[in-house]
Design a protein around this ligand. Structure first.
Ligand code: ADP
Ligand code: MG
Length: 470
């Protein structure tokens, strides 16, 4: 019997309407487009990854009720998330998720049900690659901080296993984009080479699977599975430290894959030479291919990431707000993601305008640890004493070089140690605008890179100011 998915969805909407307020109904349910019904599975299309996550986090009970009413107790829901609506050659990628498991949604968008043991001979079309389709090269912003790693990634994605970048080892601190980049490589290969078996696992998955296999006497299946993979991505390999047995099996898999020309990609929080708790033979293999680092993103890259993300969600963000965020969120990009998601939430759900005030409020709630109270006055006074320049000149518009540099340094510390916006910092230095302040911050950062004496002075000043803060 043909089921009319339009009718099914309309019936669901009736149920939903009774359970959520009108505003929420219009915001979260009206934009949904039903795609198909197969058996008792209804597939709906949602406008963005954020949208999907919001539904999963907030409306699972409501959706479940609607499905049960309309399709019966075994009714299930699958989402098709529009990841890149501008690209018509790539159909929207479906993120499959059974209804009713919202609380267990994982950050990579995959379910829990995955088991490597259910496969004998792997079919590339059905293997769960565990990739999040939202991580692509298109939305990975290129900058000085990641250029080498990114181009190596692009090269590997074009010719997996056949470049000299095997293994490709990417390392860097928290939130610099390692997972995003390696998943982008995986997605690219999966899209362009559908006969290749791509697998993304983080160290934790790998270890758990291995220990399960060991316990259940399924080691052979475990190995068979991994040896059929064409592209193996192992994320956060540093956590294998001290796990002798897991390293052992990984060493074996690594060798087999490498020998048969399969591509291996790994990430770590430090370069192989600094990795502790690893067998030497494994470390030496990590160095066979290319090791590339990802640095903390610079201002320009952060700005581009902010714009890209907001654009993807169709939200206008004023330049001054974007600049404020790019400077203020100096912990890592994951925090930035949190701040942006929260802004998107305010803009879409509460229909607020994104302005500096809102940005500051959001920032304060998300990034707690930074910046306590040290006043602009105190910074200005300390800096003027340190450089032996007159306080009034420091706060004026005088353009003499011996004043300009201390003034820029003072602005730099105002940015780091106060909650003030760029515009407000400018106000405190003779009424300059925010772009002058940005310029000042950049000059100070540049000088610190090129002039070690200058850097020493700034560090010393920083310590003086910090003493006061604690
Ligand atoms: P890591 O694995 O290094 O800790 P992630 O890959 O999880 O970092 O990145 C953290 C967040 O920042 C993710 O949401 C990711 O999409 C985003 N991100 C990181 N680098 C970039 C970039 N260059 N362009 C766009 N988004 C990025
Ligand atoms: Mg990561």
């Amino acid at each position: 019997m043909e089921v009319d998915y339009g009718t099914v969805w309309t019936d669901c909407l009736e149920v939903i309407k009774g359970s959520v307020g009108e505003e929420n109904f219009n915001t979260w349910f009206k934009p949904i487009v039903p795609l198909k019904v197969e058996g008792d599975v209804l597939t709906i299309q949602v406008p963005s990854q954020f949208f999907y996550e919001w539904l999963e986090d907030n409306y699972v009970p409501v959706l479940k009720k609607a499905l049960t009413t309309v399709l019966g107790p075994s009714g299930r829901l699958e989402y098709s998330v529009i990841v890149d609506s501008g690209n018509t050659t790539n159909p929207p990628v479906a993120v499959h998720y059974p209804n009713g498991m919202g609380g267990k949604r994982q950050s990579n968008g995959m379910g829990d049900e995955y088991s490597p043991f259910q496969f004998k001979a792997l079919n590339p079309l059905t293997v769960n690659s565990r990739l999040n389709p939202a991580y692509t090269f298109e939305n990975f912003v290129e900058g000085d901080c990641n250029r080498l790693a990114r181009s190596a990634g692009v090269a590997v994605a074009k010719k997996p296993g056949t470049t000299s970048f095997n293994p490709l080892m990417l390392y860097g601190g928290v939130g610099v984009g390692k997972t995003h980049l390696v998943q982008a490589i995986g997605n690219e290969i999966r899209n362009n080479m559908p006969n290749k078996i791509v697998l993304y696992v983080d160290q934790n998955d790998f270890t758990t699977q291995f220990l399960n296999a060991l316990q259940n006497h399924k080691l052979q299946e475990f190995q068979n599975f991994y040896l059929q993979v064409d592209l193996l991505i192992l994320d956060d390999v540093q956590f294998l430290a001290g796990r002798e047995k897991t390293q052992e099996i990984f060493f074996h898999i690594f060798n087999q894959l490498h020998q048969s020309g399969k591509q291996i990609i790994m990430t770590s929080d430090c370069p192989p030479r600094d990795m502790k708790g690893f067998q030497e033979r494994l470390l030496s293999r990590f160095k066979w291919g290319l090791t590339a680092d990802l640095q903390e993103p610079d201002f320009e890259t952060k700005l581009a990431i902010i714009h890209r993300k907001m654009q993807a969600d169709g939200i206008d963000i004023p330049t001054e707000v974007a600049e404020y965020l790019a400077y203020s969120v100096d912990t890592n990009l994951r925090d930035m993601e949190g701040v942006l998601n929260s802004l998107i939430f305010h803009a879409t759900l509460l229909k607020k305008n994104i302005d500096l005030e809102l940005a500051k409020e959001v920032l304060k709630n998300i990034i707690k640890e930074i910046q306590s109270d040290v006043s602009v006055d105190f910074i200005q006074k300390t800096v003027s004493e340190y450089f032996k320049v007159d306080l009034e000149s420091l706060k004026s518009k005088i353009k003499k070089r011996e004043i300009v540099i201390p003034r820029q340094v003072a602005m730099y510390f105002c940015k780091r140690y106060t909650q003030l916006t760029l515009a407000l910092i400018g106000e405190n230095f003779g009424g300059r605008d925010h772009s002058t302040v940005i310029h000042a911050l950049e000059s100070v950062e540049d000088m610190m890179k090129t002039d070690s004496n200058f850097k020493l002075s700034v560090d010393e000043l920083g310590k003086k100011l910090k003493l006061r803060m604690n």
